[in-house]
Design a protein around this ligand. Structure first.
Ligand code: E4P
Length: 217
């Protein structure tokens, strides 16, 4: 499973990238707002750092507007994936932009039927939002499983980009189901390294080591 980082915080991306953990980046208007940076400036900086796809989201609500904004965002770098919402207008924009040879990430997907339409429109990535479904007492992971089954039934090439990931369990489950990509906040990716038995085991080893009075260096 590829790891994308869901943030516009360049320092956080750089830290994970240094460990080889970053296959791509996703941003959205809320994350740009949170960064306090200019969209083109910060996206360019991220694209210079990361070789994989960097999603930058359009904000127009009509297809023509999304297409124009998508073309503008694509000028930032060759690894831009244009993000459009899963509306009828977004699907039109997806078709046009993918026909032009651009990467398109169709976002705000909440149903298997929406994912089916995005694949038919040629999306490079479909972004089903797990956490936001869980928030309203629905099962976000069931959506990932349903899309995996449907895409495999028909050999769709669209990659499932599990999004709105809030917990480390979301990462495990997305990987178990076979999502192609998971995009997660930096904090969730770092938390995947944690285990109480690792901490306990390390404490024990260090305490015994201190009793030996030895040094390695
Ligand atoms: C994905 O591309 C979105 O930016 C993101 O995963 C949304 O997550 P949220 O529901 O935690 O805002």
């Amino acid at each position: 499973m590829k790891f994308f980082v869901d943030t516009a915080d360049v320092d956080a991306i750089a830290e994970l990238n240094a460990l080889g953990m970053v296959d791509g980046v996703t941003t959205n208007p809320s994350l740009i707002m949170k960064s306090g940076r200019d969209i083109k400036e910060v996206t360019k900086e991220i694209c210079n750092m990361i070789a994989g796809p960097v999603s930058a989201e359009t904000v127009a609500t009509d297809a023509e507007g999304m297409i124009a904004e998508g073309r503008e965002l694509a000028k930032i770098a060759d690894n831009i994936a244009i993000k459009v919402p899963l509306t009828w207008a977004g699907l039109k924009a997806c078709k046009t932009l993918t026909d032009e040879g651009r990467m398109v990430n169709v976002t705000l997907c909440f149903s298997p039927n929406q994912a089916l339409l995005a694949a038919k429109a040629g999306a490079t990535f479909i972004s089903p939002f797990i956490g936001r479904l869980d928030d309203i007492n629905l099962d976000g992971m069931e959506l990932i499983a349903d899309i995996r089954t449907i895409y495999d039934n028909y050999d769709f090439g669209t990659e499932i980009l599990a999004a709105s990931i809030r917990t480390v369990n979301h990462m495990t489950e997305a990987a178990r189901i076979g999502a192609d990509v998971a995009t997660a906040p930096p904090g969730v990716i770092k938390k995947m390294a944690e285990h109480v038995l690792t901490d306990k085991g390390l404490d024990g080893f260090l305490s015994d080591w201190a009793k030996t009075g030895q040094k390695i260096l």
